[in-house]
Design a protein. Structure first.
Length: 259
């Protein structure tokens, strides 16, 4: 005897809405209808519905179920792709579990990207927040370089910068900027991609710039932003001056060889 939609759903251990969803997705064919419009499902519909449910239980996305085949004849290529997706999900969940265990054990933290645990004590709360945003903007290589930068920074002026009031006078701002400038200049020299970061961006240059500006203007006050701007300008000038000196030395060496 043919089954209604609700009867079919009950037999398959699912819901009427799920059956209708599979119809809309093209995974389950529509059944014949009686003269008064009621659907009449048969054995083939039940078998197909159970096949779909089995694939869903295995974690196969709806979009990939059709590639597995209506009669359960699964192409190897399709199953291999699904297996790779599942393996990636398992790896991600295992990393998440390990991270949660580390946080519970006190060896990790939720307000920094993974890998920055050892330098957490060197970072202020705004700096930690900024690194979380950076993780969304830059690739893994760039994040590794940022971690090395944090490790190598001497920390001169950091406490004073953190305590800097929004209405700090020009002398205080300039003094801290002069402490930061050589460190920034060294970073620019050691990591040239800081000047041309396009190859290390996870998002586009415009999105990265807008996100950076929006974030730093909320994390730092007016005086701190002024210090960062001054320090960056001085650092660029120091790098340019050093490059000019290097070119001059090279030219002198060349002239000496030519004489």
């Amino acid at each position: 005897m043919p089954w209604s939609t609700s009867e079919l759903a009950r037999l398959a251990g699912t819901t009427v809405n799920t059956v209708r969803h599979y119809h809309r997705a093209g995974l389950l064919e529509e059944p014949d209808r009686t003269s008064n419009g009621y659907k009449q499902y048969g054995g083939r519909h039940l078998v197909r519905l159970l096949q779909i449910r089995r694939l869903r239980d295995l974690g196969v996305p709806l979009a990939q179920i059709e590639s597995v085949g209506p009669e359960g004849a699964a192409p190897e290529e399709g199953l291999l792709a699904i297996d790779a997706d599942i393996a990636a999900s398992i790896e991600r969940l295992q990393r998440a579990r390990a991270e949660i265990r580390a946080i519970l054990a006190g060896t990790s933290t939720t307000d920094l990207p993974p890998g920055f645990e050892d330098v957490a004590q060197r970072l202020s709360t705004p700096e930690r927040s900024l690194l979380l945003v950076y993780e969304q903007l830059y690739d893994e290589e760039a994040m590794a370089d940022l971690r090395t930068m944090v490790e190598s920074e001497p920390g001169d002026g950091s406490a004073e910068f953190e305590a800097l009031a929004a209405d700090a006078d020009d002398e205080a701002r300039q003094r801290i900027a002069e402490l930061f400038a050589p460190v920034i200049a060294q970073h620019i020299t050691d990591y040239p991609w800081l000047s041309e970061p396009t190859d290390h961006l996870s998002k586009g240059p415009r999105v990265t710039a807008e996100t950076f500006v929006e974030t730093v203007t909320e994390l730092f006050n007016e005086a701190q932003l002024d210090v960062l701007g001054r320090a960056s300008t001085m650092a660029r000038e120091q790098v340019d001056a050093s490059s000019a000196d290097s070119r001059g030395d090279d030219n002198n060496d060349q002239e000496g060889r030519n004489t």
